[in-house]
Design a protein around this ligand. Structure first.
Ligand code: MLT
Length: 287
């Protein structure tokens, strides 16, 4: 763990106190779209950013265990159907949405916890809105931009979705997202993942694929990160192997690196108890 860098926590705003009393699901108007947000608890804020092709509910099991804080999990604008002029084409647009979510809820700073694509959005938050973050948790993510082969694979998946719809993504991605042991032993998690993917609108999936394909390389950004950072990996992650996450942690000054033993790419959902323990300790040290 890094020792020297710490950021004072902001006092909880009156609005977030009111929000905590009416915790649940809210719809916020954000830069021309309505984004659904899960809100729970009170105290300092953790902003959870979901991965692809999932939604805010991926955080529910984990967030329910992290008591003593305001837990905020929005859907990104790529989840729901959007009009042509409000569709997203870049990670920076998704990061700008998050800044407006925080503005709308009168939250000055948050610990940002991003999963996979949510980590790519976190890198854009660091570039565009660094003053809004007082801590960083990167789950199952990586810093490098797509290779030529990976870009080609994005185009193939976009073509598949155009022709066969969202169900083609379920078939293709589910076996990669979860560890084989999770697929066998956790039917409710399999069901949850299928439901999240199916909720994603085909156009949103295509937008997210485009935004990931064109995202900036963030390797050089890592050494400039000045907030306390926790990097989490799943021992059986087939999308982002442990070594890639380890490389992210090694490049961030003082970052903590933890591998969740039984998990695949969806550590927060496959192993919420183990993941919440690690996050809870990290957040307590930040406090
Ligand atoms: C994700 O889980 O968000 C994506 O699979 C990441 C990626 O495809 O690069």
């Amino acid at each position: 763990m890094r020792a020297a860098i710490s950021t004072p926590r902001e006092p909880q705003s009156r609005l977030s106190q009111r929000l905590s009393q009416s915790a649940g699901t809210r719809a916020l108007s954000v830069r021309g779209v309505r984004l659904t947000v899960d809100l729970q608890g009170e105290g300092s804020t953790v902003l959870f950013v979901h991965g692809f092709p999932l939604d805010r509910t991926m955080w529910r099991p984990l967030a329910s265990m992290l008591t003593g804080r305001l837990r905020l999990a929005p859907d990104l604008r790529v989840v729901e159907h959007q009009t042509v002029d409000s569709r997203a084409s870049s990670m920076s647009e998704l990061a700008d949405d998050l800044a407006v979510v925080l503005d709308t809820l009168e939250i000055e700073k948050a610990v940002l916890c991003g999963h996979s694509m949510g980590g790519y959005v976190a890198f854009e938050m660091l570039r565009r809105h660094p003053q809004r973050l007082n801590g960083l948790i990167l789950c199952n993510t990586r810093a490098e931009a797509d290779s030529a082969d990976e870009r080609e694979a994005r185009d193939e998946m976009a073509a598949l979705v155009r022709h066969f719809g969202t169900s083609s993504v379920v078939e293709r991605m589910l076996p990669k997202l979860l560890a084989p042991s999770s697929i066998e032993a956790l039917p409710q998690v399999v069901e949850h993942v299928e439901a999240m993917i199916s909720r994603n609108h085909a156009e949103g999936i295509i937008d997210a694929l485009g935004a990931m394909k064109h995202r900036a390389d963030s390797k050089d950004l890592l050494s400039t990160i000045r907030v306390r950072t926790l990097v989490l990996a799943g021992a059986h992650d087939q999308v982002i192997p442990v070594e890639r996450s380890r490389a992210v942690a090694a490049a961030i000054p003082g970052a903590q690196f933890t591998v969740i033993p039984e998990a695949g790419h969806l550590a927060p959902l496959e192993e919420p108890v183990a993941t919440s323990r690690v996050l809870g300790e990290f957040l307590a040290a930040l406090d």
